[in-house]
Design a protein around this ligand. Structure first.
Ligand SMILES: Nc1nc(=O)c2c([nH]1)NC[C@@H]1CN(c3ccc(C(=O)N[C@@H](CCC(=O)O)C(=O)O)cc3)CN21
Ligand SMILES: CC(C)C(=O)C(=O)O
Ligand SMILES: [Mg+2]
Length: 275
């Protein structure tokens, strides 16, 4: 049986930390599942790390479905959450439910995630009522980068902090099963975590959250367009890949690859007749 919404609730109750990573492809999903990850997010950050875009705004439903389905094929026991892309849920409740449904039917996700607080509570309620679990996303919400004026920490002053707490309580009431807290001061994220019965998943939210998430290319040292303060490298995979690519180039140039072990044989008498 797949871990699911119930697993999340039980883990918070037991005080067990929830580990999440983003993922966008089949092979990486299999590795993450083998490594024991609790849940995977197919994030719209794929715009940055897979497509080389400057932000997440032009990521489409088709993008999310293509990458989502690839990840879902690699996951047998792991819950797959798929981000709802910019403008796939803001316009109307009806459109939000339709698009969440597509991410489940065509993307083969187990849950969806959308950004925002009180403003998107009607969408959270309607999608949840349709039988689709919703993860909320508060604090720094990258789809609002043009309103927020950059990818910076949120909730620093009393008014903004109170707003964040109110939004967190509202999305919980609307039926969200969990919430991402992005770029929120650690002490504020810890307070929100205490106030909520649903698990909080931090990214730049400090150790007081119920779980953590990172973009996998960030934690592997595979992405270098920018490095948010919350990113820690758990490996230097970018450097390892570059070294392997360089070794390949060198062997091809030298003619030492492929050798006999990586080539196919034909009987000598067949070759003699051909000559
Ligand atoms: N590779 C990647 N990692 C992410 O975490 C991520 C994405 N892409 N794409 C979507 C959003 C964008 N995110 C970002 C992007 C940049 C910063 C960043 O550079 N923050 C600076 C502060 C910048 C400022 O104050 O203006 C920092 O020091 O953390 C943070 C989060 C988080 N998400
Ligand atoms: C950074 C996470 C939370 C996200 O929304 C994404 O990867 O798109
Ligand atoms: Mg996202």
């Amino acid at each position: 049986m797949k871990n699911t919404v119930r697993t999340f609730a039980e883990m918070k109750e037991r005080g067990e930390k929830i580990s999440m990573l983003t993922c966008y492809d089949y092979s990486t999903a299999k590795l993450q599942e083998k490594a024991g990850i609790n849940a995977i997010l197919v994030g719209d950050s794929l715009g940055n790390v897979m497509l080389g875009l400057p932000d997440t705004l032009s990521v489409t439903m088709e993008d999310m479905i293509t990458f989502g389905h690839a990840v879902a094929r690699g996951c047998h026991d792991t819950m797959v959450v798929i981000d709802m892309p910019f403008m796939s849920y803001q316009v109307s409740i009806e459109q939000a439910v339709t698009n969440a449904g597509r991410l489940m039917k065509e993307g083969r996700g187990n849950a969806v995630k959308l950004e925002g607080g009180a403003a998107v509570c009607p969408q959270i309620r309607a999608i949840t009522d349709a039988g689709i679990p919703v993860m909320a996303h508060l604090g720094m919400t990258p789809q609002s980068v043009n309103s927020l004026g950059g990818n910076r920490v949120q909730g620093k002053n009393e008014e903004a902090a109170k707003q964040l707490i109110d939004d967190a309580l509202a999305i919980e009431k609307a039926g969200a099963f969990s919430v991402v807290l992005e770029c929120v001061p650690a002490k504020l994220a810890a307070l929100i975590t205490k106030k909520l019965t649903i698990p909080t998943i931090g990214i730049g939210g400090g150790a007081g959250c119920d779980g953590q998430i990172l973009v996998y290319q960030d934690m592997l040292g595979l992405f270098s367009d920018y490095t948010p303060k919350f990113v820690k490298h758990f490996g230097e995979v970018g450097a390892a890949m570059e070294a392997a690519f360089a070794a390949y180039v060198k062997e091809v140039q030298a003619g030492t690859f492929p050798d006999d072990a990586h080539s196919f044989k034909i009987d000598d008498d067949v070759m003699e007749r051909l000559y």
